[in-house]
Design a protein around this ligand. Structure first.
Ligand SMILES: Nc1ncnc2c1ncn2[C@@H]1O[C@H](COP(=O)(O)OP(=O)(O)OP(=O)(O)O)[C@@H](O)[C@H]1O
Length: 592
């Protein structure tokens, strides 16, 4: 940074100094910079300003070695013997002194005698002149230092300006009486201000700011606001911070958050996850029916209730419904009602105003319903919502407006609701754990998603899709799957549905030593299905061996998650571990 500054920046000051020296001493003066460019000069040097002093000279030596040089007779001086203009030299004597600033040589100031009289002045008072020239070099150096400081300050100012202007908050600083001192671009932007507002009073521009706030600072430190100018309305939150210097209050910095901007950013982040019905893998009748119903639902504004076992793709369908709807440009906001404790869920859904309760965040909190304005809110695991919140949600659904905790007025909401659950809400209604009126409000468009068991035709398709996805993700080249594995997977019951299938494919790709997924790579639970098949064949007489095999499989299945599974299974069957192993071999049971 400092390197960029040179004597060039202060050349008019330097020229003045050169002329002052000349006027006092009647000897010509010249000054060169660190590149040997003449910066200033008097007499014959005036026309040479701006040109480079070529070759080796006393000036060059003084600059590089940072020493004062005195030459009383150029014709026989050692330094001059190397000078390229030695032969045409018209000088009688010379004194030059380096200009040093922070131990760096920035140039040289020199006195040159072109007549015998001038040489006598130098020769008769060399010590005094050297001292004088040193003082002049110091003067130039201090001017340079001041210039470097100014440059650094300007640079800092520029950086701060860019920093403040690239903030996504609007900020303004005012004195203790409210007069505006500085502000960033965002401030003018969000409040639609066109004029220069420096020195204007903030209270006359932003009437919502509580005027005597500096007397009751803590009370008005942070608040939500509504700003109106003609047809323009802005809602947001502002915070006031004191500027204190040496225990004196000097003013305030106020920052403003534009609510629309917060919502827009939220959308941008969530836009990364765009799912449409075409991305939902499956061609079976069961899934095609669900896709058809979902497309119909997307064209309406009514509430959708998606039901289906865990991992069947309820959230995926909810996103697809939103993305196919005319709300797709607006937010899709998800709330997992089971993951958030009941006491927090209320503020998560509906938000609160500043100071609504002890511990409430500065500036209040935007609720998910507000964030989802003009978009869709996805209430996942709705069956886990408490009765207390069910009543609140019902009120919002009925009245289409919500009351934020701590607020005196209601907010109109325009949000499409898609709820989902893997619970049987009708059963819950019968047991009194889910409100009947809310159930009917939610279940306007029911969408049931089939379990993977009900769409076995899709399993191969899903396997291929997931193999590609995870091979890419994990950077492995797994390209095929053994037919026996596919058959085993088709036969399995998939209680965890697609999520469970995803886990197993991810696991087997991780474990695959080659490019093929083989039977030994998939968990045993998938291979022990025979057990369930035998059990379900009620009414059919089995041989004793079949029964024995069935009981062994049952026991293995029961303890499959345990480390000592064989020991526990053997104990449960009333046989020794060795006998169990023998029987496993006899019945060709593959076990972990
Ligand atoms: N048809 C499909 N094609 C591809 N991936 C799918 C499909 N359906 C679901 N998935 C994937 O399966 C996983 C589970 O889906 P999702 O979270 O939508 O299920 P869910 O029914 O909401 O589950 P839960 O009830 O447990 O919340 C996700 O990773 C999703 O991407």
């Amino acid at each position: 940074m400092i390197k960029m500054i040179s004597l060039e920046y202060i050349k008019s000051d330097i020229q003045n100094i050169a002329e002052a020296i000349r006027a006092v001493l009647n000897i010509d003066v010249t000054i060169v910079d660190e590149n040997m460019i003449r910066i200033a000069g008097t007499g014959t040097y005036v026309d040479k300003v701006g040109y480079k002093v070529e070759g080796y000279s006393a000036f060059k030596k003084s600059l590089t070695e940072k020493i004062v040089i005195f030459i009383d007779d150029p014709s026989c001086n050692d330094i001059c013997s190397e000078c390229f203009s030695k032969k045409k030299c018209k000088e009688f004597a010379e004194v030059c002194c380096p200009i040093i600033c922070d131990e760096r040589s920035y140039g040289v100031v020199g006195l040159i005698a072109f007549t015998k009289e001038q040489a006598n002045i130098i020769n008769n008072n060399i010590e005094g002149l050297m001292n004088f020239l040193g003082k002049m070099a110091d003067l130039i150096s201090s001017k340079l230092k001041a210039q470097i400081k100014t440059y650094e300050l300007e640079l800092e100012k520029k950086k701060l300006e860019i920093l403040v202007n690239s903030m996504d908050k609007a900020i303004v600083s005012i004195d203790i009486n409210g007069h505006i001192d500085k502000y960033n671009c965002k401030f003018k932007d969000i409040f639609n201000i066109e004029d220069n507002v420096v020195d204007k009073n903030i209270f006359s521009i932003l009437e919502f700011i509580n005027k005597p706030f500096y007397e009751e600072f803590n009370k008005y430190k942070s608040s939500s606001f509504i700003y109106r100018k003609g047809n323009y309305t802005l809602k947001g939150v502002y915070n006031i911070n004191k500027i204190i210097l040496n225990n004196d209050l000097k003013g305030y910095v106020i920052d403003f958050i534009d609510k629309r901007e917060t919502i827009k950013n939220y959308n941008k982040i969530n836009k990364d996850y765009i799912i449409t019905l075409d991305n939902i893998i499956g061609e079976s009748n069961a899934i095609n029916n669900s896709k058809r119903d979902a497309l119909m639902a997307s064209k309406s504004n009514s509430t959708v209730l998606i039901t289906g076992e865990s991992g069947t793709g309820k959230e995926l369908f909810a996103r697809a419904i939103h993305n196919h709807s005319d709300r797709s440009e607006n937010p899709f906001v998800t709330v997992n009602c089971a993951a958030i404790p009941d006491n927090l869920l209320e503020s998560e859904l509906f938000g609160y105003e500043e100071g609504a309760f002890t511990g409430a965040k500065k500036g209040g909190k935007l609720g998910k319903f507000e964030l989802a304005h003009k978009g869709t809110i996805f209430l996942d695991e709705i069956g886990d919502m408490s009765l207390h919140l069910q009543a609140k949600l019902l009120r919002v659904l009925q009245e289409r407006e919500l009351n934020k905790i701590g607020s005196k007025s209601n907010i109109l909401i325009d949000v499409r609701i898609v709820a989902a659950t893997n619970k049987n809400l009708e059963d819950m209604v019968c047991k009194g754990t889910f409100r009947e009126d809310l159930y009917y409000r939610l279940n306007v468009i029911p969408l049931r998603l089939p379990s993977l068991r009900e769409r076995k035709d899709d399993i191969s398709l899903l396997i291929n899709y997931m193999m590609k996805e995870y091979s890419e993700k994990l950077g492995k080249k797994v390209v095929s799957i053994d037919d026996k594995v596919v058959k085993t997977m088709v036969d399995y019951k998939w209680p965890g549905n697609i999520r469970e299938l995803q886990n197993i494919i991810e696991y087997s790709i991780n474990m695959a030593p080659s490019s093929v997924i083989t039977l030994n790579l998939i968990p045993n639970k998938l291979k022990n299905i025979e057990c369930e098949e035998i059990i379900s064949n009620d009414g059919i007489i089995s041989t004793l061996e079949q029964l024995e095999k069935k009981e062994i499989l049952k026991a293995l299945n029961k303890y499959k998650e345990y480390k000592k599974d064989k020991e526990l299974a053997a104990k449960a069957l009333g046989i020794s571990r060795a006998t169990l192993y023998r029987k496993l071999e006899k019945y060709n049971i593959i076990s972990k």
